[in-house]
Design a protein around this ligand. Structure first.
Ligand code: ADP
Length: 232
């Protein structure tokens, strides 16, 4: 679906089928579903509970495999990859942000951001430099040596965002990243997230129930009749 002028898609899905269970218990969540997300593009995923948002995020995050269809990240067909390569791709090319921060409680903010980089093979010194840059960019440099329990909800979530992008992934996936925050903190965190996506040219798919935040993204998609469709 490239008209020749648009940059190539970071995430491209086509003909995606996902059915849970078998026989009379079979439940089809996605059927011939398709979507492209390009560099620097923020896409909101807004759909009622049970529509398949987590399923879609799990497929895009290579945590589940589709039953049929093609899914490429950065042009690489992920269906053809073995589990080791999928794990590697998840670590390097994909960042995840969840509703709850899932930071490691015994590590401080900087260490939480440095850890995935070290796991990916970066030196500790370089990982700390990158962590400091991200803390600075997200306006929480003064909190670098605070543990998660010493941070506010908004600060925790900003550290979680920094951790998600620490390895400079191509694709950022978020599931209700501000769902646990009060409205004004939610706004702040959302602004930090969008700034980062635009500054780094990431592609982002963000599931949210917050229609106001969704409206501030580049476009909104939903899941209807097992397909991914645009919301105007
Ligand atoms: P959402 O995130 O939009 O609430 P989900 O993707 O979690 O939706 O679920 C879509 C549908 O698939 C729901 O009806 C859910 O019960 C079902 N489902 C999700 N995961 C499984 C699973 N592992 N086994 C069986 N059914 C599942």
């Amino acid at each position: 679906m490239n008209d020749g002028s648009a940059p190539p898609a970071v995430l491209s899905m086509s003909g995606i089928q996902r059915t849970y269970g078998k026989g009379t218990h079979a439940l089809t969540v996605l059927n011939d579903a398709a979507m492209d997300i390009r560099r620097g593009e923020l896409v909101a995923l807004v759909a009622p509970s049970g529509a398949g948002k987590s399923t879609l995020l799990h497929l895009a995050g290579l945590l589940e495999r589709p039953d049929a269809g093609s899914l490429t990240i950065g042009g690489v067909e992920c269906g053809a990859l073995n589990d080791d390569n999928r794990t590697r791709m998840r670590r390097i090319d994909i960042g995840f942000v969840y509703q709850f921060h899932h930071l490691l409680p015994e590590l401080d903010a900087r260490e939480n951001i440095a850890l995935p980089q070290v796991v990916a093979g970066q030196s500790k010194a370089a990982a700390n430099v990158r962590a400091n840059d991200l803390l600075d960019h997200l306006g929480i440099a003064a909190r670098a040596t605070h543990r998660p329990s010493e941070l506010s909800g908004g600060e925790q979530q900003r550290v979680a965002i920094a951790r998600a992008v620490a390895n400079q992934p191509k694709l950022l996936l978020a599931d209700e990243p501000t769902g646990n925050l009060d409205p004004s903190t939610s706004d702040l965190v959302f602004d930090a997230l969008t700034d980062l996506v635009r500054a780094t040219g990431l592609a982002a798919l963000i599931a949210t129930h917050n229609h106001e935040l969704a409206a501030r993204m580049d476009r909104i998609v939903t899941i209807e009749d097992n397909k991914i469709v645009a919301v105007s």
